[in-house]
Design a protein around this ligand. Sequence first.
Ligand SMILES: C[S@@+](CC[C@H](N)C(=O)[O-])C[C@H]1O[C@@H](n2cnc3c(N)ncnc32)[C@H](O)[C@@H]1O
Length: 182
Amino acid sequence: MLKVGRLIRDSPVRWEAAYKTFLAATETTRPRAYLEFLEDNIPIPTPRQEGAAVRVLSIGSGSGEVDSAILRKILQRQSSVYNRVVEPSGEMIKNFKAMVQHDTSFGAVKFDWRQQTAEEYFSDNDGKKFDLAHAVHVLYFVEDHHATLRNMWEQLAEGGHLFAFLLTGMLWPPTGLPMGYG
Ligand SMILES: C[S@@+](CC[C@H](N)C(=O)[O-])C[C@H]1O[C@@H](n2cnc3c(N)ncnc32)[C@H](O)[C@@H]1O
């Protein structure tokens, strides 16, 4: 059976180079459609107790462009957020940290950085419950997306939201890349 998701572990330098090339190639067409879709569809979670921070679990956060859009949306309604970042690439985490350090709008967000794959994270975690768990453009890379979704679901607090976003097989004409929302 085809094994996916190994390059990030076996050769992170090659993986990062390939991902940067992909981002550069799609830069002119990528951002608006998908950030607008996210902003319109991301559920705004409420904390488990009044006054508590909203807890967000982000699987495969990358360098934080999508996470930051999600956090901004939540901060319009909620005063504080705890955001656990599960991301195997050290380079991506470094870029994400650099971005939030220079942006005062994230002052109300407590970040919990985990440089791990989803598989590593779910095999040994502290059982914390989350009001929102999301995986945006990540399920293609994990070893078993059913298991990943199930594990994310199990980490939800009562009434919590799970948001998974991935592309389907349609092609996006300007780039010839797959497009569609799943
Ligand atoms: C296409 S990027 C998406 C990043 C971000 N969520 C976004 O939408 O901009 C996929 C991310 O998944 C991460 N990733 C790859 N394999 C993973 C795994 N097994 N578990 C968790 N994340 C993984 C990559 O390092 C990368 O940052």
